[in-house]
Design a protein around this ligand. Structure first.
Ligand code: SF4
Length: 260
C-alpha cells in the first residue's frame, strides 16, 4: 500500500517524464510483463532505449485523457501510404453486449477474440447494437484488419512481437480504457507502431485492480465510445485508406481478422 502511494505520487508529478511508475510496479512478475521483458526489452535493447527516449519526449507535459495520436496526423497517414499497409483496428472485448438474457448477449461469448460477424459474416439481432459490428463493417469496406483485444499477454503475442519481427503492423487504431492508454504508449513506441488511441467514454476500468480483472476476462460493464471518438475514428479510417476496397469477408489468421 505504501509503495502504491509512492509510485502513484511519482506518476502524478511525472517524475523523470514517466507516468507508468505505478503500473510498472504492479506489473512485476505478471505474465505479460515477463513476455515483454524477454521478447522485447532484452531481445532489442537498443530499440528499447530509443523508444524510451521518444516516450519521455512525448509524455512531457502531455495530457491524453480522450485520445492520443503519435506521431501527428500527417506522419501517421504518410507512413500508411508509403508502406501500403492499412492500420490494424483493435477493439476491446468489453464492447461486446452482455446481458443476463442470452438473446441480448454476444453469441460468440465475451472475453475472447471471436465474433460471429467477423468469422462467418453472419449476425444475430443483438449484433445491430454492437459497436464491434459497426466498426468491423467499416473496416471491411475499406480493407483494414480487425482484432478483438482481450489480455495484455495476447496483445504482446498477437501484434507487438510480430511487428518487431516482421513489421506486420506498423500502425494501429485502438479503442481502450484511459488506464490502458497510459500503459500501452511505451510498448507501442518501442515496437515502432504509429498509433491512434481512443478512450472509452463509459464502462471502463478505473484502476489497476479493475484493469487486471478485465485482463483475466472478468469484466461486467459494457464500454462505450463517445460521438466525438466515433467521428475521429471514422475520419482517420477514411483518410488512411483512400479508395474503397473490394473485400467481401474476413479470414482469420491467429487471432486477427484480415479482409479477403
Ligand atoms: S457483432 Fe460480433 S462481437 Fe458484436 S454481438 Fe455480434 S457476434 Fe458479438
Amino acid at each position: 500500500m505504501l509503495f502504491n502511494c509512492f509510485f502513484a505520487y511519482l506518476d502524478r508529478i511525472f517524475f523523470l517524464n514517466i507516468n507508468i511508475w505505478n503500473f510498472s510496479f504492479q506489473s512485476f512478475f505478471k505474465e505479460y510483463a515477463e513476455i515483454f521483458l524477454i521478447k522485447v526489452v532484452l531481445t532489442h535493447p537498443l530499440r528499447t532505449i530509443r523508444g524510451f527516449r521518444k516516450y519521455r519526449r512525448f509524455i512531457r507535459g502531455h495530457k491524453y485523457e480522450k485520445y492520443v495520436l503519435i506521431p501527428d496526423e500527417y506522419s501517421f497517414l504518410s507512413r500508411i501510404k508509403r508502406q501500403r499497409v492499412k492500420p490494424l483496428v483493435g477493439l476491446g472485448f468489453c464492447l461486446k453486449p452482455d446481458n443476463s438474457e442470452k438473446s441480448s448477449s454476444c453469441p460468440s461469448g465475451r472475453a475472447n477474440h471471436d465474433c460471429l460477424y467477423l468469422k462467418r459474416g453472419k449476425t444475430e439481432q443483438v449484433c445491430s447494437s454492437c459497436a464491434i459490428h459497426k466498426i468491423a463493417a467499416k473496416c471491411l469496406d475499406i480493407g483494414c484488419k480487425v482484432y478483438i483485444m482481450t489480455s495484455a499477454q495476447d496483445i504482446a503475442r498477437d501484434f507487438l512481437i510480430p511487428q518487431l519481427k516482421s513489421k506486420k503492423f506498423p500502425s494501429v487504431i485502438l479503442l481502450l480504457c484511459p488506464y490502458s492508454i497510459q500503459a500501452i504508449i511505451l510498448p507501442l513506441i518501442i515496437c515502432d507502431v504509429d498509433m491512434l488511441l481512443l478512450a472509452y467514454e463509459s464502462g471502463y476500468c478505473r484502476d489497476y485492480q479493475q484493469w487486471r480483472a478485465a485482463d483475466k476476462g472478468k469484466k461486467e460493464e459494457r464500454t462505450e465510445i463517445s460521438k466525438e471518438s466515433w467521428e475521429r475514428l471514422l475520419d482517420l479510417l477514411e483518410k488512411s485508406t483512400g479508395v474503397k476496397s473490394e473485400f467481401q469477408s474476413f479470414r482469420r489468421e491467429g487471432n486477427i481478422f484480415y479482409p479477403k
